[in-house]
Design a protein around this ligand. Sequence first.
Ligand SMILES: Nc1ncnc2c1ncn2[C@@H]1O[C@H](COP(=O)(O)OP(=O)(O)OP(=O)(O)O)[C@@H](O)[C@H]1O
Ligand SMILES: [Mg+2]
Length: 256
Amino acid sequence: MKRIKDLIANALPGNKNASGLSFEEFRDSAPLRVDGQEWSPEALWFAWSTGTALHLADLPDTFEDEPDADPGPSEWHLAMLRKGVPPRVVRCLEGDYQITPAMNAAKRWTQGTFLCLSGESGVGKSVAAGWLISRGPLGPCPFTQPQGHEQFAYWPHGPRWTRATDLARGFDEIPGEIRRASVLVIDDLGDEKNDEHSRARLSSLLSERDDLQARTVITTNLNAATIKHRYGTRFVDRIKGHGFLTAIRGETMRAR
Ligand SMILES: Nc1ncnc2c1ncn2[C@@H]1O[C@H](COP(=O)(O)OP(=O)(O)OP(=O)(O)O)[C@@H](O)[C@H]1O
Ligand SMILES: [Mg+2]
């Protein structure tokens, strides 16, 4: 480096560059980099000796207070993602969502342990389930007292979104934060493998939550008769006895 500096110094008459500045003058008048840091000595030498501007004319000095700066996802958005709600459902709920038949069924569910939304694909069952997650538990939650203060209160086991396929596979015990979620969504019941193992895992989760009176939302493409045939009479009786099994009709909203 020293050798290069000496060569440059010899080539530039009177130790001044093409703009007539000595290296010291150039260095002292150099602006900070766009990220607010100082330029390295090598970069300063290069710029001084070759006459390269350190300031790009059209580039703002700072990126603060830019009118179009994207503020990024909201706190609410991130909290929903942490609960496992799929991004497309969160985005739909953050926009101007409509009051669909599925949404109405969700709003009417003010008591009972279970809500099963059964219907064709695309009628808005998952979006309605996401809305219920965002409301949190209604009424007393069976899992101890809310912690924290007033509007910052939270339940030790918060609301949770799961998919039937994920619950059904595997041999480990289903984690406590799912079994004891203050509101649990089981999305797409019936999409999981139809075998003894899957049915047993889902049935036992349902009976545990029934015994605890912990609110559980199920979405499914299966109708009541098929659910009964596949999971047995007790499964359907639990849902209907301690909640609602609602058929959601309507056109698919997916194409819009
Ligand atoms: N309340 C709503 N307001 C506006 N758009 C909605 C609403 N509900 C659903 N949609 C639109 O319809 C799409 C499908 O909705 P959703 O995923 O809830 O259907 P689904 O009934 O769960 O279907 P599947 O049985 O295939 O899971 C959403 O991605 C969204 O674009
Ligand atoms: Mg769905």
